[in-house]
Each structure stands twice: as C-alpha cells, then as structure tokens.
Design a protein around this ligand. Sequence first.
Ligand code: SF4
Length: 86
Amino acid sequence: MTNELMVLPPHIEAKTARAVRIKGAGIYADWPGTGPGGETCGSCKHCWRGYRNRYRKCRLVELLWTNGKASDIKARSAACSKWEKV
Ligand code: SF4
C-alpha cells in the first residue's frame, strides 16, 4: 500500500469542501459573515436560483443539496469566505 495522496480536480474539491448547516436557514460553504462586507449570498456567483428565483442554493455544497428547503440559503445572508463576484 502506498502513501500517495489522491489529488482531485478543482471542481470536485470545491463541491466536497466543508459546509455549514444552519438549522432552518440552509447549507452554506462557510459561515455567513466571513466574507467581504456588504456582500450577500444573492450577489455571489455560486448562488443558484431555481424555479423563478424562488429557491436559492449554494453550488459549492451541491453534493449536500436536498430536494427541499433544508438546503435552501437566504439571498440576504451575509457573504461567506467563499464569496465570488458574479
Ligand atoms: S456567499 Fe456564495 S459561496 Fe458563500 S454560501 Fe453564499 S452562495 Fe455559497
């Protein structure tokens, strides 16, 4: 058995990064408020909008998405450290 580490492509690493679950408020890539001041999840390029903008989820934690509200994020949540400009 070797001790080599498996290196994942960037898009896989991003989707398996740690996540923050906030009961009743969704699943975020990091704690809201750890990102740039004045920005929100709604202004982030990782914010996915579903069905006529009714649902928003963070693409960086896509592997943890549920088929319901449990993984929905709030557009007005303060940006996290993974926030990126659209
Ligand atoms: S700021 Fe962006 S990366 Fe962070 S949780 Fe919100 S949508 Fe995801």
